[in-house]
Design a protein around this ligand. Structure first.
Ligand code: G3P
Length: 218
């Protein structure tokens, strides 16, 4: 499973990249605003800065909600760097834009996926990635992991190249469950990624090794 980090924070992206396990980055308008990145020029420069840190797909989201606007914005985003993936919302105008970008060889990430039907139709339009938001489904007492599993079955039944990018990951168990089900990619916060490395028995075992070594060297 590929690991993407879901943030627009450059320090966190660098830290994740230095762990040696980072394959890409996802952002969204809320994450950009959280970092105080506003205005067209600053936003475009920020995407370029992310692409300079990570050699892998970087999702950059359009703001327009009509086909022409999405195409216009997406073409500007795609021209920034070869690793930019144009992130497009799951609406009917978005499907048309995904089809357009697919025919041009520009990668897309269809975002705000909350049902298997949406995932199916986005794959048919030619999305490179689809982003089911599992944490936000959990938030409304619906099992988000069940949706990832359902999409996995559907995509396995056919020959869709579309990758399942499990999004809205909140904690390390989400990451484990995504890997068990066979999500192609997960995107989550740095905290959840780093938590995978922790185990109290590792910590106590290491302390014991170091203490025994210190005794032996006396
Ligand atoms: O980037 C999309 C998704 O990962 C958002 O996550 O935690 O805001 O539901 P969250």
């Amino acid at each position: 499973m590929k690991f993407f980090i879901d943030t627009a924070n450059l320090a966190e992206i660098k830290e994740a990249y230095e762990l040696g396990i980072l394959d890409g980055v996802t952002t969204n308008p809320s994450l950009m605003a959280k970092e105080g990145i506003t205005g067209q020029e600053n936003i475009l420069n920020h995407y370029k800065a992310i692409c300079e840190i990570v050699d892998g797909p970087v999702s950059a989201e359009v703001i327009a909600t009509d086909f022409e606007g999405m195409v216009r914005e997406g073409e500007v985003l795609a021209a920034l760097h070869k690793n930019i993936v144009v992130k497009i919302p799951m609406i009917t105008e978005g499907l048309k834009a995904i089809k357009y970008f697919s025919s041009k060889g520009i990668k897309t990430n269809c975002t705000l996926i909350f049902s298997a039907g949406q995932a199916l139709i986005a794959a048919k339009a030619g999305a490179t990635f689809i982003s089911p938001f599992l944490g936000r489904l959990d938030d409304i007492s619906t099992n988000g992991i069940d949706l990832i599993a359902q999409i996995r079955v559907i995509y396995n039944n056919y020959t869709y190249d579309t990758e399942i990018l499990a999004a809205s990951v909140r904690h390390p168990m989400h990451i484990i469950q995504c890997a068990e089900i066979g999500a192609d990619v997960m995107t989550g916060p740095l905290k959840a990624i780093k938590a995978l490395a922790n185990h109290p028995l590792t910590d106590s075992g290491l302390q014991q090794f170091l203490a025994d070594h210190a005794k032996g060297t006396k």
